[in-house]
Design a protein around this ligand. Structure first.
Ligand SMILES: [Zn+2]
Length: 438
């Protein structure tokens, strides 16, 4: 192969792994090689090496995983390209397992004459240990596979953290931007709010987003069987998010509800994906339920508590547990009423999101509404949402918007549940389970 490329008069770059013994590849090695290859290509491109990827060769084989790509040297000398390869090996945490090589125009390996240290003892040149068979092959192999496996796990976690954080941000921004919404802040209206607008939400979303990664990471690294112990960890991060929110909004509570619900969701996903690659609704809900076991009775029926939150006041008056009850149920409203509306939806749009919102709002005892009004107003609001959902037209839609305006109410709890629904939909879609029916 090197010769075929050499026949075209081009140098080539290759990547392989130093696996002693046989077979030289297995599931772990293959996964590790996959990560390395991606990193190698980025390193070459970042250094502006002109790869001819259409002529590249990738072999995954028990004889050893292998990649070869021809390149135009352009303004680079072979020596300069070799330095890029050497830097890649040196900077990679497991670079001593990796051979990133350069072959010249004749297909001959271009050497800089530097010798590598043995990856096992890190004391002597690799070539000496190999020649003298200084280490037991089985010992070398299990050492190597253990390191590779750990590396792959870390990479998997890093990739999931990025993906889940971006889904959370996307879900919050999609809910915020959905326009027009009844009583809520959207692109063109402050709804029933005098102290916040679209920009306030952009500011607070930007302020809380940097913590999403930490929440997923906590889920990945949590290793206690008692999931109720996770709640203080999630709250610890949640409190920091709230203070960042207040700082960004000059003390307006824009997103306390979603901080709690999305915090749970991100942690639960981290926990779930630390154990499996496959998202499961039952498992996700089970984790949330375990974290929030007896939450309402523990935190809302405390009659000795001196200062009560809005939610706790509403619970005393109406018996509805708001976000805590929703969490304790494993997001029952999200999964029973919100998510079914998005089943089979390949791409989100305003219409399907509004229907999803109405499906949630028609079935949710929104404590944000109850706090500003009473059970009767809440009942009428739910009824109007039901109508709008049954016959989705401008008139029924406007009726909900007008009612929120006249009663000065805002279904913020349902808006938070819409954001959670969008988040779960994105996770499921990315996991390749689009036609879910649950
Ligand atoms: Zn050695």
């Amino acid at each position: 192969m090197k010769r075929q490329i050499a026949l075209k008069g081009l140098p080539s770059l290759s990547l392989s792994l130093n696996v002693p013994g046989f077979p030289k590849s297995n599931a772990t090695v293959k996964a590790f090689f996959g990560y390395c290859l991606q990193e190698f290509k980025y390193a070459l491109k970042a250094n502006q090496v002109n790869l001819i990827e259409t002529d590249s060769i990738e072999i995954v084989d028990v004889a050893g995983d292998f990649y070869l790509v021809p390149c135009y040297p352009g303004r680079f000398t072979l020596k300069e390209m070799k330095v890029v390869c050497e830097d890649f090996e040196q900077n990679h945490p497991l670079g001593r397992f990796i051979d990133a090589d350069l072959n010249d125009q004749d297909g001959v390996s271009f050497s800089s004459g530097k010798s590598k240290l043995c990856f096992f003892c890190l004391e002597r040149p690799a070539i000496e240990c190999r020649r003298e068979k200084a280490h037991e092959p089985e010992e070398l192999r299990s050492f190597m596979f253990l390191k590779m496996d750990y590396y792959c796990r870390q990479q998997h976690e890093a990739a999931m953290i990025k993906k889940l954080s971006s889904f959370a941000q996307q879900a919050i921004l999609s809910e915020l931007s959905l326009t027009p919404k009844p009583g809520l802040v959207d692109k063109f209206s402050n709804g029933s709010h005098s102290d916040m607008n679209y920009q306030t939400f952009i500011d607070s979303t930007a302020a809380i987003s940097p913590w999403f990664a930490e929440l997923v990471h906590e889920g990945f690294s949590f290793n206690d069987n008692d999931l109720t112990k996770a709640l203080p960890l999630i709250r610890n991060i949640g409190l920091r998010m709230e203070s960042a929110m207040y700082e960004a909004t000059q003390n307006v509570n824009t997103q306390k509800g979603i901080v709690f619900l999305m915090g749970l969701s991100l942690f639960a996903c981290g926990r779930l994906f630390s154990q499996t690659d496959q998202f499961s609704i039952e498992e996700f809900r089970g984790i949330i339920q375990d974290i929030c076991k007896d939450l309402v009775s523990k935190e809302m029926t405390d009659s000795l508590k001196m200062v009560k939150s809005h939610g706790e006041d509403i619970f005393d008056q109406h018996g509805f547990g708001g976000a805590r009850a929703e969490a304790e149920s494993g997001f029952a409203t999200v999964f029973d009423f919100g998510l079914p509306r998005l089943a089979g939806v390949a791409k989100l749009n305003d219409e399907v999101l509004l229907q999803t919102f109405f499906a949630i709002a028609a079935n949710n005892n929104d404590t944000n509404i109850l706090y500003r009004s009473n059970a009767e107003v809440s009942g009428v609001f739910k009824h109007l949402c039901k109508n709008a959902l049954a016959d989705f037209n401008d008139q029924n839609y406007s009726a909900v918007i007008d009612f929120c305006k006249s009663e000065n109410i805002s279904p913020g709890g349902s808006a938070d549940l819409l954001a959670v629904t969008i988040f779960v939909w994105s996770v499921i879609k990315a996991n390749g389970q689009l036609g879910f029916t649950n």
